[in-house]
Design a protein around this ligand. Structure first.
Ligand SMILES: CC(C)(COP(=O)(O)OP(=O)(O)OC[C@H]1O[C@@H](n2cnc3c(N)ncnc32)[C@H](O)[C@@H]1OP(=O)(O)O)[C@@H](O)C(=O)NCCC(=O)NCCS
Length: 176
C-alpha cells in the first residue's frame, strides 16, 4: 500500500482524532484499563485538534500519513517545548504525539513521520527534542531507541484514573 506523508491541514482534524482514539485503543490495551480506554472520544479529540489549528505555531509541525483514498492512518506532531515540560524534559523542543493504526505499523512510516518532524525542529534552530512515553510501552521505546533516542527521567501521574509511569526520551538534533 502506498502511503503519503504530508503536512496536516485543517480538514484532517477528524481523521487525526480518529487515529488518536483508535491508536490508543489498539496500542494501549495491554497496559491501560478498559475503563480508561472506553472514556476516549473522537469528538473530544476533534475539538482538541481544532484548537491547535486555531492557534497555529509556525515553529511546530504536524504531519499525517494518508492512505490511497484519503484515509488518515497515522500522524506525528512536534514543536517548541511547552512550559510544563521545559524543566522535566530538559530539551528545546518536544514531540507531542505519534500514532499509527495497527495495520500500518512496521512499514517504516513511524520513522518517516519522526524524521520529518525532527528535521523541521532542527531547522528551527532546536538542538534537542524530548518526549514522554509510557514505561510499559516497550514497542514504542524500542522504536525511539532505534531512531537514536536515549532514555532519561521518569515521572508518575494519574492517566484517566489510572496511575502510570512515563520515561523521558531525548534526541540530539542536527543543525542545517
Ligand atoms: C511507535 C510507532 C510510532 C512506530 O512506528 P512504525 O511505523 O511501526 O515503526 P517503523 O516501521 O518506522 O520502525 C522503525 C524501527 O523502530 C524499531 N521498532 C518499531 N516498532 C518496533 C516494535 N514493535 N518492536 C521492536 N522494534 C520496533 C525497529 O528497529 C524498526 O526498524 P525495522 O523495522 O527495520 O526493524 C508505532 O508503532 C505506533 O504508532 N505505536 C502506537 C502508538 C504509540 O505507542 N505512540 C508513542 C506514544 S509516546
Amino acid at each position: 500500500m502506498s502511503i503519503l506523508i504530508r503536512d496536516a491541514v485543517e480538514g484532517d482534524v477528524e481523521g487525526i482524532a480518529r487515529v488518536h482514539v483508535q491508536g490508543w485503543r489498539e496500542s494501549y490495551r495491554d497496559f491501560l484499563s478498559p475503563e480508561a480506554l472506553a472514556g476516549l472520544s473522537v469528538e473530544e479529540r476533534t475539538r482538541m485538534w481544532q484548537k491547535a489549528f486555531a492557534q497555529p505555531d509556525p515553529r511546530a509541525r504536524l504531519l499525517v500519513a494518508e492512505a490511497a483514498g484519503g484515509e488518515i492512518v497515522g500522524f506525528a506532531g512536534g514543536g517548541p517545548i511547552r512550559r510544563e515540560n521545559a524543566d522535566r524534559l530538559g530539551a528545546e523542543s518536544e514531540i507531542f504525539a505519534i500514532y499509527l493504526l495497527d495495520r500500518v505499523k512496521r512499514q517504516g512510516l513511524g520513522r518517516r513521520l519522526m524524521r520529518g518532524v525532527l528535521d523541521h525542529l532542527g531547522r528551527q534552530g532546536c538542538r534537542s527534542a524530548g518526549l514522554w512515553v509510557l514505561k510499559e510501552n516497550h514497542p514504542a521505546r524500542r522504536f525511539y531507541e532505534a531512531l537514536g533516542g536515549t532514555p532519561g527521567a521518569e515521572q508518575s501521574f494519574d492517566l484517566r484514573g489510572q496511575p502510570v509511569v512515563e520515561v523521558a526520551y531525548r534526541f540530539e538534533l542536527t543543525q542545517p
